[in-house]
Design a protein around this ligand. Structure first.
Ligand code: CA
Length: 246
C-alpha cells in the first residue's frame, strides 16, 4: 500500500471492527465529518496498520475474531500513545472499567448512533490535544487559564505563580496527571508513569504520594485541591479550574 499521499495524521482514524455493516456505518459517519478512516477487521491487521502509520485516534471493537480488543489496546499503547475509544456490546459494564484501566479514553456501547460516535471522537481528540504527535512538555495543561504549569524540561512546577520543588515521584505523578486534565488514571497507570521500579511499588504507595503531592500544593493554595479522587478507579487532575477557583 502506498502512503506517500496519505492525509495528515490528525484526521486519520483506525477503525477496528469485524462486523462489515457496523464498520461501514462508522466509516461513512467519520468521512462525512472530514476524517480519513481505515478499517481493520482483525486485531493482528490492526496492530500492523497501527505501526505503519501515525493515527489521531483508534476506534476498537472489544470482540474481534483473533485477539480481544483489550489485548490489541494493550499492545498498541505499549508502543505509542494514541487515544482509544472502545466499542462494547450492551451489558458488558465490566468492559468499561477494564478499558479505562488499559488507558482507553472513552467507550461507546452498541448499538450507537453514528452521530454519538463522531461526537465522542471529537471530544476525545479535543481532550487529547494532539498528544499522539509531539506531546507538549511545557504547559501541559491545555487550559490557558489553569494556574498550573508543569515544566518537564526543568523539572519545575509553577502553581499560582509560585515555583514548587517537588520530590521526583510527586513531580512525575503531577506531570502524568497534568498531561491529560480530566482523564482518570488508575493507581497502576500512575505507578508506571511515576516510578522507575514498578516491582517495588505498591498501589498504596500512589495514595501516599498523592497525599504528599496534595500537601505540597496546599502550601501554595490551602483551599484548593485540584486532584480528584475517583472511588474504585483512581485520580485525575481537574479540567475546569474555574469550578474550584473562587
Ligand atoms: Ca465484533
Amino acid at each position: 500500500m502506498a502512503w506517500e499521499s496519505s492525509p495528515p495524521s490528525r484526521t486519520r482514524i483506525l477503525v477496528v471492527e469485524d462486523e462489515p455493516s457496523i464498520a461501514d456505518n462508522i466509516v461513512y459517519a467519520l468521512e462525512s465529518e472530514g476524517f480519513m478512516p481505515q478499517v481493520s477487521a482483525t486485531g493482528s491487521d490492526a496492530l500492523k496498520k497501527f505501526e505503519q502509520n501515525e493515527w489521531a485516534l483508534v476506534i476498537l471493537d472489544v470482540g474481534l475474531p483473533d485477539l480481544s480488543g483489550f489485548e490489541v489496546c494493550r499492545r498498541m499503547l505499549a508502543s505509542k500513545n494514541v487515544p482509544v475509544i472502545f466499542l462494547t456490546a450492551r451489558g458488558q459494564e465490566v468492559d468499561r472499567v477494564v478499558g479505562l484501566e488499559l488507558g482507553a479514553d472513552d467507550y461507546v456501547v452498541k448499538p450507537f448512533s453514528p452521530r454519538e460516535l463522531t461526537a465522542r471522537v471529537r471530544a476525545v481528540l479535543r481532550r487529547a490535544g494532539g498528544r499522539s504527535e509531539s506531546a507538549p512538555q511545557m504547559s501541559a495543561n491545555a487550559n490557558s487559564a489553569a494556574p498550573l504549569v508543569v515544566d518537564g524540561e526543568r523539572c519545575v512546577v509553577r502553581y499560582y505563580g509560585q515555583t514548587l520543588q517537588l520530590p521526583r515521584y510527586e513531580f512525575r505523578l503531577l506531570q502524568a496527571l497534568a498531561a491529560h486534565p480530566g482523564r482518570v488514571f488508575t493507581r497502576s497507570q500512575l505507578m508506571d508513569r511515576a516510578s522507575d521500579e514498578p516491582e517495588a511499588a505498591m498501589e498504596r504507595t500512589v495514595d501516599a504520594h498523592v497525599k504528599s503531592l496534595r500537601a505540597a500544593l496546599k502550601t501554595v493554595k490551602p483551599d484548593v485541591d485540584p486532584i480528584q479522587t475517583h472511588r474504585g478507579m483512581g485520580y485525575s487532575l481537574i479540567e475546569d479550574w474555574s469550578a474550584i477557583m473562587k
